[in-house]
Design a protein around this ligand. Structure first.
Ligand SMILES: Nc1ncnc2c1ncn2[C@@H]1O[C@H](COP(=O)(O)OP(=O)(O)O)[C@@H](O)[C@H]1O
Ligand SMILES: [Mg+2]
Length: 369
C-alpha cells in the first residue's frame, strides 16, 4: 500500500478561553489497520484527541488529515469514524437489534440489507440470538459488545474506544481485552483505544502514545516504551521502576548513589546530569560482596509469580526488586545488575533526539563496540 497513514495531526492545539491549552502542539500519525492506545492519567487530553478525530470539536490551531485530506471542518456524520463511549450510550428503549440497526436506519438502507448487516455484526461480537433482548436484560460485558457491534455495523475505517473497559470487573475486563484485540485483527480496522491503565495498554497495543498534560511524551511499541522510556514520567507511568538522579561521567560510565557503574550509554557531555531507571526484574538478590548495591530488606509481598521486595540503601533510596527468590525482612543483602539493565535518560530530551540517540547505539552494536 502506497500510503499507510490514515490519520495525521499536524501541530494541533486545543484551548478553551484563556486557560492553558488542553492539547499543546500535538503531532502524530496513525497507520491503517493497527491497534493504537492513548495512555495517560485522567485529564491529560485523551478524550479531547478522540473528539477531534470524531469531529465533535475543532482544533484551535493546527491541521487534522484523514486519508490525506484536511478534515478540520468536516462534520462528525461525514467522517469514516465510529466511537464506542465509556458508558456505551445505548438506547434503553430499543432492543439489541434496533440499537445496532440505528445508524443504518438513519442512512435509510433497505430492510433486507439492515437485517443482513446487523446479523453479521452481532455474530462478530458473539451475540447471535440476542436480537430481541432488551438492553436492561444484558450484562455489562454484553452491553459492551452491543456497543461495539453498533460501531462496526457502519463499516467505519476507524473505531474510537474511550475507556470502554473501565466499568467492568477485573476478570471480565481481561476477557474483553482479548476479545477486542482479536476482533480488531479479524476486522482489520484501525482501533484507537483510550485507557489510563498501563498494563491494559501494554497487553493490547501495536503502538502506544503516552500522554501527559496535553503533550505526547513518547510513542512506540509496548516493548520500546517499557524497555526504553524517554523520561521519568514515562518510566514511572509504565510499569514499576527504580528511578534515581545521576551523572554521565563519560561514555559507558555513569554515577549514581555516590558510585560509578559501567553502562551501555554514550554520547553525553562529561558530567551531564541524567536520570537512571532500573526495572525491578533486572535486580538480582545476591551476597553483600557480589552486590553492586548494598541494601536492607524493608518489606516483602508475594505476587503469585514473584516476590515484590522493597529495600533501602544507606542514603534512603528505595529499591524495588521482583524476584522468584524470597528474602528476609531486616537482612542486609547485595543487589546485582548488568550494565544493560541501567537505562539512562537525558533531562528534557525530545522524542526525536531520543530516537536518534538510540539509533547510534544500534550502530555501535552492529560494529561491535
Ligand atoms: N468544555 C471544556 N471546557 C474547559 N475545559 C475542558 C472542557 N472539556 C475538557 N476540558 C479540560 O481538558 C482537559 C483534558 O480533558 P480530557 O481530554 O477529557 O482528558 P482525559 O480524557 O485524558 O481524562 C481536562 O483538564 C479538562 O478539564
Ligand atoms: Mg477521558
Amino acid at each position: 500500500m502506497a500510503n499507510a497513514t490514515i490519520i495525521q495531526f499536524n501541530n494541533v492545539t486545543k484551548q478553551y478561553d484563556n486557560d492553558p491549552p488542553v492539547l499543546d502542539n500535538v503531532s502524530f500519525e496513525i497507520e491503517r489497520g493497527k491497534f493504537y492506545t492513548l495512555l495517560g492519567p485522567s485529564g491529560c487530553g485523551k478524550t479531547t484527541i478522540l473528539r477531534l478525530i470524531a469531529g465533535f470539536m475543532e482544533p484551535s490551531k493546527g491541521e487534522i488529515f484523514f486519508n490525506g485530506k484536511k478534515i478540520n471542518q468536516i462534520p462528525a456524520n461525514k467522517r469514516q469514524v465510529n466511537t464506542v463511549f465509556q458508558d456505551y450510550a445505548l438506547f434503553p428503549h430499543l432492543n439489541v437489534f434496533e440499537n445496532v440497526a440505528f445508524g443504518l436506519r438513519i442512512k435509510k438502507l433497505k430492510n433486507a440489507e439492515i437485517q443482513a448487516k446487523v446479523k453479521e455484526a452481532l455474530s462478530f461480537v458473539n451475540l447471535s440470538g440476542y436480537e430481541n433482548r432488551e438492553i436492561r436484560e444484558m450484562s455489562g460485558g454484553q452491553r459492551q459488545r452491543v456497543a461495539i457491534a453498533r460501531a462496526i455495523v457502519n463499516e467505519p475505517e476507524v473505531i474510537l474506544l474511550d475507556e470502554p473497559l473501565s466499568a467492568l470487573d477485573l476478570k471480565l475486563r481481561t476477557e474483553m481485552q482479548y476479545e477486542l484485540r482479536e476482533l480488531q485483527r479479524r476486522l482489520g480496522i484501525t482501533f484507537i483505544f483510550v485507557t489510563h491503565d498501563q498494563e491494559e495498554a501494554l497487553a493490547m497495543s501495536d503502538e502506544i502514545f503516552v500522554i501527559n498534560k496535553g503533550t505526547i511524551q513518547q510513542s512506540g511499541t509496548p516493548t520500546d516504551i517499557y524497555d526504553e522510556p524517554i523520561n521519568r514520567f514515562v518510566a514511572d507511568f509504565i510499569g514499576e521502576s527504580n528511578i534515581v538522579s545521576g551523572k554521565m561521567k563519560k561514555d559507558y560510565l555513569v554515577e549514581f548513589v555516590g558510585r560509578e557503574f559501567d553502562c551501555v550509554d554514550m554520547g553525553f557531555t562529561p558530567n551531564e546530569p541524567v536520570e537512571i531507571v532500573i526495572r525491578p526484574e533486572d535486580l538480582e538478590i545476591t551476597s553483600l560482596e557480589r552486590g553492586k548495591l548494598q541494601v536492607k530488606v524493608d518489606s516483602q509481598l508475594f505476587r503469585g509469580v514473584h516476590y515484590e521486595i522493597s529495600c533501602y540503601d544507606k542514603d534512603g533510596n528505595e529499591w524495588l526488586v521482583h524476584s522468584t527468590k524470597k528474602a528476609n525482612v531486616g537482612d542486609q543483602i547485595g543487589l546485582y545488575f548488568d550494565p544493560e539493565a541501567i537505562h539512562v535518560m537525558r533531562l528534557g530530551e525530545t522524542e526525536e533526539e531520543f530516537d536518534r540517540r538510540l539509533e547510534t547505539y544500534a550502530d555501535v552494536d552492529r560494529h561491535g563496540k
